[in-house]
Write a protein of this length. Structure first.
Length: 377
């Protein structure tokens, strides 16, 4: 059984393992204090889910907002990187303590897991995180995950917890992700427009769906927006994981969304294998390979990327780095691990396989990006 309706989010048969993402605006008041009563109501929902046989992972924002208030930092601690890191270092203690206390009041054990982008981009570290999550859930704990903002920099951070939640769901083998937002879900246009209508179900994120999204966080405290939520839905969908956006402004938001059938549910479109789940969820490519129309068609049927179809090489990468494959129109087609460096790719781009040995000075590899190390987007 799979998650195909919002009601399935509370059904242990359809959704035995659930990831709940909670943003800063829901956890922290504008003055910087924790919304303890609201969080306690959400924890009661988590306890109810556990009682009916579901396992729950929480992805919690809020460290920077809490820490900034305690340190008296301007702009909510987001004025510069040093402020954000300092605020996170202070706020994470408060945030972890808050979750631990409230979960303990429901008879549950909290576990803290702090991750950076590199922890999930690197295959070995991803597997370590996956193993830790599995063991914690098996032992009956509720993992509370956050980005490790005290050490993360612009180059090695997710930047929002929406995509982090989708990646954590992949690593945890979850069945669904719920993003608690400040609106009911995805609307077909700006929600401020009186004619805007809630999109209740999405079967695949395409350009029409992306056009409905607007960036930015309405609260000013978070770092995400609808664009990041759509990116999270794509990451989850490639792993066979449903993703829902529901309004978190109310007490007991999960139960309210299910009872009223109000929210947006993104249906998973496929279920990749373990390694391709990890590969498809990676979000930090270091190069771009632009290919011709014939090559794009071949990729769609499961072929490897051959040098003859490469039109342009951008970026500075080495063998094994993640690269994105674009069409000549700029559409993202796939991503995978390069078999050659950027310089080598430029040397053989557009040339037939028979020429590669002479051009490279050594016996060539089978492909520029092999299909076993590539995921269609």
């Amino acid at each position: 059984m799979a998650v195909t309706a919002l009601s399935h989010l509370t059904d242990p048969a359809a959704c035995p393992r659930l990831v709940l993402k909670v943003g800063s605006a829901l956890l922290v008041e504008r003055g910087g204090g924790a919304r303890r009563e609201w969080i306690a109501a959400l924890v009661a929902e988590i306890a109810a889910a556990r009682a009916r046989g579901q396992q729950v992972v929480v992805v919690s924002s809020g460290a920077i907002a809490l820490g900034a208030a305690r340190l008296g930092l301007e702009r909510g601690g987001r004025g510069n990187l040093a402020d954000a890191q300092a605020a996170a270092a202070v706020g994470q203690i408060a945030l972890a303590g808050l979750w631990a206390d409230l979960l303990a009041a429901e008879g549950l054990v909290a576990a803290q897991l702090l991750l950076t982008l590199d922890d999930l981009e690197d295959r070995r570290r991803y597997l370590n995180a996956s193993s830790t999550l599995a063991r914690l859930l098996e032992a009956g704990a509720v993992p509370v995950v956050n980005e490790n903002d005290s050490v993360a920099t612009a180059e090695i951070r997710f930047g929002d917890n929406d995509r982090l939640a989708a990646r954590v769901a992949q690593a945890a083998g979850a069945d669904a992700v719920v993003l608690l937002s400040d609106i009911d879900g995805l609307f077909d246009r700006d929600p401020a427009d009186p004619a805007a209508e809630l999109v209740r179900e999405v079967a695949g994120v395409d350009e029409t769906v992306r056009a409905m999204a607007t960036g930015g966080s309405g609260s000013g405290m978070g770092s995400g927006g609808m664009v990041s939520k759509l990116e999270a839905a794509e990451i989850a969908g490639r792993a066979g994981i449903a993703l829902a956006i529901v309004n978190g402004n109310h007490a007991g938001p999960l139960g309210r969304a299910v009872e009223r059938d109000t929210g947006t549910l993104f249906l998973p479109q496929r279920r990749d294998g373990g390694r391709k789940v990890w590969l498809g969820g990676r979000i930090a490519p270091v190069g771009v390979l632009t290919v011709d129309a014939g090559c794009a068609d071949a990729l769609a049927t499961g072929s490897s990327l051959l040098a003859a179809g490469v039109l342009q090489v951008d970026g500075d990468f080495v063998r094994g780095d993640l690269v994105t494959i674009h069409s000549a129109k700029g559409d993202r087609l796939a991503q995978g691990l390069a078999e050659y460096s950027a310089a080598e790719c430029r040397t053989i781009a557009g040339r037939s396989s028979a020429e590669h040995a002479d051009l490279l000075g050594y016996s060539p590899r089978a492909a520029v990006v092999h299909r076993d190390h590539m995921v269609l987007l």
